[in-house]
Structure formats: structure tokens, C-alpha cells
Design a protein around this ligand. Sequence first.
Ligand SMILES: Cc1ncc(COP(=O)(O)O)c(C=O)c1O
Length: 446
Amino acid sequence: MRYPVEPFRIKVVEPINLPSPEERERLLVEAKYNLFKIPSEKVFIDFLTDSGTGALSHHQWAAMMEADESYAGSRSWFRLKRAIEEFSGYEDPIPVHQGRAAEKLLATIYLHEGAKVVSNTLFDTTRGNFLAVGAEIYDIPTPEALDISSDYPFKGNIDLNRLEELLKEGGVKLVVMVLTNNTGGGQPVDLDNLKEAYALTQRYGVPLIIDACRIAENAYFVKRRNPKYSGWSVKDIVLESFRYSDGAFMSGKKDGLSNMGGFLVLRDERKRMRAKELLILWEGFIHYGGLSGRDMESMAVGLKESLDERYLEHRTGQVAYLTEGIREIGWDVMWPPGGHAAYIEVSEALAHIPKEQFPAHSLVVELYRRGAIRTVEVGSLMFKDAARYEFVRFAIPRRMYSRAHLDYTLDVLRDIYASKGNLRGFRITYEPPHLRHFLAELEPIL
Ligand SMILES: Cc1ncc(COP(=O)(O)O)c(C=O)c1O
């Protein structure tokens, strides 16, 4: 495919280093084969996450210079407040330092031991926060998502039939729609699917909350893939999406185009008050919620920039370029390309490594060994028995890497593919009780 032309030029550069093969091997052993523990200076291309890792625009840097760091009533908060209100259509937003702080607030306010939560697929931190209060999680992605190679355009959708069954059974306290569906391969949710899910939750009196961290990317796909909305602006599709919810939370580190930040919005005033009380206890006053004035300025500008359709065309075009290149080599990928990342599904290519030995993690390690490329496993290591796929995720930071970085990655993947039979599995030697992949220690099975 044709590589999309960058709708920006580069003003500041940051050198990156390629450590020697011997150093890479030593670092892998020292990190106990967990790439979260490798110093970023020892990573050549970092696809670990697109969360908070992108480049800021000169408008963002300029706004940050004007930040007001007052504890209460800061000018920067009022700018951010207005930006969130314009972006989401919700009033009276609550700032948080990042998405998971909002998840903890939601878990405390809406959930309890045995409460059911239904989702198109929760992200790992959301899942972790909800499990921590004893909730039961039901991830019910649309059945079309199981065939990863089909052209079905909205594999992020929720299974509406199953949703209705679960609502009928009772005990559901929250439905969470994740836009786009990160764990399910960065796939978009159709606006019509969201509308139908919302109608069902309304009928059964259950609140529907949107995880909005990539709602701009999601809206761009709705415009491109659902002819009904092809004439709409992304801004209007985003606003329309928020209309079909009772609340939303957003990690501003994604489509807020910022290094830090997030927000929570709720229609229910009593719940909002409760969230503010807890915010002061855990995060900070309601005019900063754990953020510096600089962070708030950056996100206020970033939320607007994320709606720029030329930016979104380039962003999704980069993901498509990498995904198509990987598929041409022969790896199975989540198809069609999603919003923020390319995903390789390794179950067939590495069929000689059983699930219990983390085949996708084996490729993650090999990418670092051969090319100092950092990716992340989204499979049995991250989700234990709840894993649906054995993915390696290549999340592309926003406005940061060039075509040559992606081509380098494809070259390394081509080499690995040619000798993939030599890859070996791993066993865990230490794991914490929650979100084990962040701190797990592993060793290769020889
Ligand atoms: C879909 C989704 N929800 C929630 C979060 C949590 O956000 P944060 O990392 O800001 O806590 C993430 C982060 O990657 C995410 O991708």
C-alpha cells in the first residue's frame, strides 16, 4: 500500500540507539525476559504502547508555557473543562491523572462483590480494577471477531444477542463499550452497534459507560466504513457516540494526544458528587485531579487536534501500512487494520509452542533480540485463561515514527518468520496477583 504523507513536519528530534546483539541478550536476561523492565534507551523502536508516548504539537508546547499551576480555580483547568465539554457534549467533567484512576472511581461507585459487568472486551487495567472489588466480568465481542482474517469492518462490536440475554438474567451493574476495542485487536465499534447496545441498557435500566480513549480513531472508522455516516465530520460522530451513554471515561494519553491525563463524565449528578469526593481523597482537588496545569493545557489542545481528519487519515494509514506489510510476510494479523496498532496472531505460525508457554511472548522476546524492537504480548500471559487470542501488539506512538522505522520492523519480522520454528516457549518464575504481565519474571524453556 502507499505510505501516507505526514501532515506535519519535524521540529524537534530525539536520537535513538541500537544496542549491540550481545548487550540485547544481556538485557533480556537481566530483565527476566519481561520487556517492561528494559530501559527505554536500550530500545531502538518502541511499540510497547501508544499511551502517552506520542509527539506533542507546537500548539501544545505553547499552551503548556502558559499553564496556571494554581491548586484551585486554575485557568488551565477551565480551559480543559471547556475542551472536554466541547469534545464530549457532557457537562461538569472530572479530571483524573490517567484512565485507570477513573476506572477505580467507577469500580467504587458502581460495583461490589458479585456485580456483573458486560463489555465488548475490557482493557486489562479496567478488568483489574473491576476484579479488585469482586465484580464478575463478561466480555462478549461480536462473533464476527473470532475470524481474524475476514473483512468484517467492525470487529470491535458487542454481541447484542448475548448482551440482551445477560441483561435479562439480571445482576448487571454496568455495561462498558470500549472504543476502539484495544484488547480485541484495536478494532472499531460501529455507531449503530453502540446505539443498539444503549437502547438495550435503557430498557433494562443499566448504565452504559464508554471507555473513550480512542473515540476519535473509532469515529474515523465509522465515517470510512459505515456509508450512513460518510458525510458526517469526525467531530460530530464523536459527539453522537457520547450521546448514547450514561457516562464515559477517557485516558487522555491516547486520543487526548498528551503524555498524561484523563477525565470522567457522568450524567447522574449524585454519582458525580460521589466521584468528586473520592477524587479529592485519591487524586487531588476537582480542579486538577492529579494533573499539573501543563498536563491540562496539553490535553485541552490535544483533544481538538485528535479530531483533525488529516491527522486521523495519516494515523490509521500508518497502522494499515504496517499491518499489510506484516500480512504479506505470511504472519496472521488481525484484519482489517485497526486504529492504533498492528496485531500478529501467532497461534498457527508458532503452533509448536503451547499456549501455557506463551507463544506470543516468545515472538516479543525475539523481536527485541533481533532488532531491539519492543512490543507487548496480549494473550495468555496478560489474560491467563481469559485470553481469546495470542497477539503480539505493535502500538504506534502518535506522530513519532517514519516509514523507515516501519520498514525496519518489517525486515526484522521477515527474518524471524524464516526461522520461526526455532522459537521456544517460556515459563513464569514469579507473578504478582493482579496484572501479572507488568511485573512477571520468566525464563526460556530450552
Ligand atoms: C482501552 C483502554 N482503556 C483504558 C486504558 C487505561 O488508561 P491509562 O493507561 O491512562 O490508565 C487503556 C490504556 O492503555 C486502554 O487502552
